[in-house]
Each structure stands twice: as structure tokens, then as C-alpha cells.
Design a protein. Structure first.
Length: 413
């Protein structure tokens, strides 16, 4: 019986599920509490190992990972991957490859196989024998292998990349392949990218390539993009160029389009991008120069997106604009863009204005700015019953102390 019991303990230490007869003929099996204790021990070892990896204590981590692997439990496959990771960090690339092979053989359906495959691609790429992308079925691994191939200067890399971009691959893979292509500064790679940007290849990739060029080359791409904008009749392509100007931070290019574009939708798109870029001076100059009411309205909205300085520009428009519709738009937007700094101008407009719509616009702006104190003051001073009801209606939903106190005051009258 002693021999059988020792065998049972050895089996349990290996993670095997066994049952043995006792001297009385009964069957002894591991209890649920035994399994819980085993899992807890495995979890603790795994946690300690990953902590060691995070702290770059490679030797300690590897020793702990070996203990997890020896248990053949729930975390053994993950431990094999991390062991390969540690071995690679220690410069033992051949050991790392062998460990990944062990993972592949022992746990053929493990979710960690993809991580090990990626590690293998990285190791082989650095060793001068990169993995061929054609052999990978997973798109992420295929792209990783391709990137490794290009970095190694392999002559086969660009033709494979071109095949992906011109083939029946997914849009996701093509878009990521474009990014890899844009990183390659060699003339053949840049020539291929230029063909895609000009729409000479797959037209569906042109817009993505335009934005990719802006990300990877910045201001250096400004002239190329301006040329594409001028030659294209495709509105989506033109909008992609305008978006690229925003990415690159080139307000002058956007202003040029906004001032000279005949398509109202593109004009408004350029104005919107100027606002997102915070180009207040350019927007203010264009506002004074243009006679288009639609363009002026778009500029007023763009100044909101421009932030604090946009509030000052809106105040200037609200104080001087003769067109009542535009003036009201500027007044309402002051509450959003100007915040508390716009309040003196808003109160001045309210006191001087004879235009009821402009006064209502001021009330809207004060409400948006959260200025209950001044709304209460205006309500107390207002003689027009309709205007007073408008103010009280706004105070009723503001839910702060000044507004609530005034509501009580009104109820007690």
C-alpha cells in the first residue's frame, strides 16, 4: 500500500488524474479542496514569475516559470511563452525558439501560440533569416513578418507588399500594409506609395494613403498633397487632403482652400479644420474678407472649436456684425467658447440691444455659460413679462443655489 500511495503522490505532482484502491477496496481520489490548493499554488507561482519579468529579474522569473510548466496545469502554456520571452531577453534566442517549439508540440490549440509565433518572427528577423510572410495565415503575423523582411532589406519584401496591396486581401491588412510601405524611404517604396496616393492603383486605398502620408512625412508632404488636391475632382480625396493639413498643422494651406474653393461643402470643411487647428487669426481675417453668409456662419461655428481665443473673436463679431442672423449666432456661441470671460460683453449687448432676438441669444449664452447670478439680476430688472418668463424658465433648470434661491423668492411673492 505504501508503494501505491507514493506513486499516487508522484502522479499528483505531475498533474495526472489517478485513482487507486485502498487496502479495504475503496477508491481514493483527490478532493475538490486539493484541486483548489493546486490551482492557488500555480496561480501564485505564475504571478510571482510575471512580477519578476516586469522587474527584469530574468533568472528568478525563469525558475518560477519552470515550476509552473512542471505542474502541467492551466497556466503551463502561458508559462512556456513567457519562458521563451525571458530566454530571448537574456540573449538565448535558440533556447527561445526551442521553447516555442515545445509549446507548439505540447499545446497545439493554445491561445499563446500566436504570441510565440510573433516572438519567433522577431528573433528570426534579427538573426538574418526572416520568416516569409506567405507562410503566415494570421494577418497580424503576416504583416509582422513582412515588416521584419523589409527592415532586413530583403529584395523580396517590396514585391510581396505590392502583391498584398493589389490583391484580394482584407481592407484592414491593406491599410496596415500601407503603413509599413510608408516607413520605407527607399525610392521604389516611395514610388509605389506615390502611385497609390495619386489614385493610379486601387482607388479605395487612395484616401487612406493620403492620410498615411501626412502621418509619416508631416509638413514635407504639404506640396505633394496640394498638387493632388488641385488635380483631383473627387470630393472624398479632397477632404482627405484637408484632413491631412489638420494632421500636419498647416493652417495656411487650409486658409488657401477656404478662400478660393468654389465647392461650398469643401469650403466649410476647410473652415471646420481651421477651427480644430485653433487658427483664430486666419478665421478672423477670412470673416472680414468674405462676403458669403454661409462662409461667415461656418467661421462662427469654427471659432467655438478654436477654444478661448475663439471667444474673443466671437465677441468682436457679436459687437460689430450688422446681419442679425450672424450676430445672434455669434452671441449664442460666446457662451460656449468664451465662458466667463464673455459675460461682460454679453451683458453689454443685452442692455444696449433693441433687438429682442439678440437679447434672447444673450440669455441662451449666459445659460450655456452657467451664469445664474447675472440671469437672476436680469430677471429682477426685466420689465417685459415675456422676457422675464424666458429668464425664469432657464433658471428653473439650472439647479444651483443662486437659481434655487431666486425660485423660492418668486414663489413667495
Amino acid at each position: 500500500m505504501k508503494t501505491k500511495y507514493c506513486f499516487y503522490l508522484s502522479a499528483v505532482s505531475l498533474g495526472l488524474s489517478l485513482s487507486i484502491p485502498s487496502a479495504s477496496g475503496l477508491i481514493f481520489q483527490p478532493t475538490e479542496s486539493d484541486a483548489v490548493q493546486t490551482n492557488a499554488r500555480e496561480d501564485q507561482l505564475y504571478s510571482d514569475a510575471t512580477r519578476g519579468i516586469n522587474e527584469s529579474r530574468w533568472s528568478d522569473a525563469e525558475s518560477l516559470l519552470d515550476q509552473v510548466i512542471d505542474q502541467h496545469g492551466r497556466r503551463a502554456d502561458g508559462a512556456l511563452y513567457w519562458k521563451a520571452y525571458v530566454e530571448n531577453k537574456e540573449g538565448r534566442s535558440s533556447d527561445a525558439l526551442k521553447t516555442c517549439a515545445d509549446l507548439r508540440q505540447s499545446y497545439a490549440k493554445s491561445t499563446w501560440l500566436k504570441e510565440c509565433n510573433a516572438l519567433e518572427i522577431e528573433i528570426r528577423g534579427k538573426s538574418g533569416s526572416p520568416v516569409q510572410p506567405q507562410g503566415e495565415q494570421d494577418e497580424d503575423l503576416k504583416l509582422l513578418a513582412l515588416n521584419s523582411l523589409m527592415q532586413s532589406g530583403d529584395a523580396n519584401a517590396l514585391p510581396i507588399l505590392k502583391q498584398i496591396l493589389e490583391g484580394q486581401q482584407s481592407e484592414r491588412l491593406k491599410e496596415r500594409a500601407l503603413f509599413v510601405l510608408a516607413q520605407d524611404q527607399s525610392k521604389p517604396a516611395q514610388d509605389l506609395l506615390g502611385q497609390i496616393i495619386r489614385g493610379e492603383k486601387d482607388p479605395t486605398l487612395q484616401v487612406k494613403a493620403i492620410r498615411m502620408l501626412a502621418v509619416t512625412r508631416g509638413n514635407q508632404a504639404a506640396d505633394i498633397l496640394a498638387d493632388i488636391y488641385g488635380k483631383s475632382s473627387n470630393q472624398s480625396v479632397k477632404k482627405a487632403v484637408l484632413d491631412s493639413y489638420l494632421i500636419m498643422g498647416t493652417p495656411d494651406k487650409l486658409l488657401q482652400v477656404a478662400q478660393h474653393e468654389s465647392d461650398p461643402e469643401l469650403t466649410q470643411h476647410a473652415i471646420h479644420e481651421l477651427g480644430a487647428l485653433g487658427a483664430v487669426s486666419q478665421l478672423s481675417s477670412m470673416y472680414q474678407a468674405t462676403a458669403s453668409k454661409d462662409a461667415k456662419a461656418a467661421i462662427i461655428h469654427a471659432l467655438v472649436a478654436a477654444g478661448g481665443k475663439g471667444g474673443d473673436a466671437l465677441s468682436a463679431i457679436a459687437s460689430s456684425e450688422q446681419d442679425p442672423d450672424l450676430r445672434r449666432k455669434a452671441i449664442r456661441n460666446m457662451g460656449v467658447a468664451g465662458g466667463s470671460s464673455a459675460i461682460p460683453t454679453l451683458l453689454s449687448i443685452y442692455s444696449k440691444s433693441t433687438d429682442e432676438e439678440s437679447k434672447r441669444a444673450v440669455l441662451d449664452a449666459l445659460f450655456v455659460a452657467g451664469d445664474a447670478r447675472d440671469l437672476v439680476s436680469l430677471a429682477r430688472a426685466e420689465k417685459d413679462p415675456s422676457a422675464k418668463r424666458d429668464i425664469v424658465g432657464k433658471l428653473a433648470v439650472m439647479h444651483n443655489k443662486e437659481a434655487t434661491d431666486y425660485m423660492i423668492e418668486v414663489l413667495n411673492k
